[in-house]
Design a protein around this ligand. Structure first.
Ligand SMILES: Nc1ncnc2c1ncn2[C@@H]1O[C@H](COP(=O)(O)OP(=O)(O)O)[C@@H](O)[C@H]1O
Ligand SMILES: [Mg+2]
Ligand SMILES: [Zn+2]
Length: 286
């Protein structure tokens, strides 16, 4: 099956033992990082828009309690509606569904989250959002390896994880810690996205490796996971994120957008190698 077929009609892939896939979401993919500020949210929204551009039905769940930024990056304002006071309507931007943990917090109140509050907020958003039929739901996790990641591993049926890292982070051990954590909780790491390794000059477009070449490739090889893509440090990626129209939407022909599209294809390809979810046996019919 080609990548495009897989995109148009992806199967539901296996999730953690003891959990069943969400009834309307085929594949949940967690986007993690060791540290904040590496571009995890930017990568999440652009990968989501890339998957949509490739023909998939996509949602993004912003679970970063430390800095929920997905709504702003998608140009969303206001709050989601809850017609029955139980379930929540996802918000929509550029044909993608979105929900954020930030909506559960009062705008001006300080973000003091105790573990249980944050983790119940995640499961609530996942279960109580009226997601449409989705091929992919990307979850933008908080950085690091805390309570939210543990809850995700135990309660959210995930098909795989993607680690976003910068060259600086590769030099430290943070990205490796995130990798190890997913391994430990048996969520397969589909691959690594290396961000801000190469600077693209906005005048002449020439590329400059700020930290030497090949860091992402090295860590990928060392841990036996694929390098899904390498994103340039590109001022348009930041500017378009700031104004709420991510680069994949604002400039689909740009090198940056093409790099996100390639990473999305590669991610789907890796997911396609994973076993599909088992078809439950209904014993009463036998
Ligand atoms: N490839 C990139 N090129 C330029 N700026 C980037 C790139 N990736 C992220 N940024 C910028 O870096 C900052 C941090 O990115 P963000 O996605 O919010 O990180 P995280 O979610 O990991 O904390 C943002 O201002 C974002 O616009
Ligand atoms: Mg973020
Ligand atoms: Zn130049």
């Amino acid at each position: 099956m080609s990548v495009n077929d897989a995109l148009a009609r992806p199967v539901t892939h296996r999730v953690q033992k003891g959990l069943s896939p969400h009834p309307r979401i085929r594949n949940v993919i967690a986007i993690g990082s060791g540290k904040g500020g590496v571009g995890k949210s930017t990568t999440s929204v652009n990968l989501a828009l890339a998957l949509k551009a490739l023909g998939a039905r996509v949602g993004v769940l912003d679970a970063d309690i430390y800095g929920p930024s997905v709504p702003a990056m998608l140009g969303l304002s206001g709050r989601p509606e809850s017609p029955d006071n139980k379930s929540i309507e996802p918000m929509r931007a550029f044909g993608v569904e979105a929900m954020s943990i930030g909506f559960l917090v009062e705008q001006d109140s300080p973000m003091i989250w105790r573990g249980p509050m944050a983790t119940s907020a995640l499961t609530q958003l996942f279960n109580d959002t009226r997601w449409g039929d989705l091929d992919y739901l990307l979850i933008d996790l908080p950085p690091g390896t805390g309570d939210i990641q543990l809850t995700l591993a135990q309660k959210i049926p995930v098909a795989g994880a993607v680690i976003v890292t910068t060259p600086q982070e590769i030099a430290t051990l943070d990205a490796r810690k995130a990798l190890k954590m997913f391994e430990k909780v048996e969520v397969p790491v589909l691959g690594i996205v290396e961000n801000m390794a190469v600077h693209t000059c906005s005048n002449c477009g020439h590329a400059e490796h700020l930290f030497g070449e090949g860091g992402g490739q090295r860590i990928a090889e060392q841990y036996g996971v694929p390098l899904l893509g390498s994103l340039p440090l590109d001022i348009r990626i930041r500017e378009q994120g700031d104004v709420g129209t991510p680069v994949v939407e604002a400039a689909p022909e740009s090198a940056a957008a093409q790099a996100y599209l390639a990473a999305a294809r590669r991610m789907v390809e890796e997911l396609g190698k994973r076993p599909r979810a088992g078809i439950p046996i209904v014993s009463s019919l036998i």
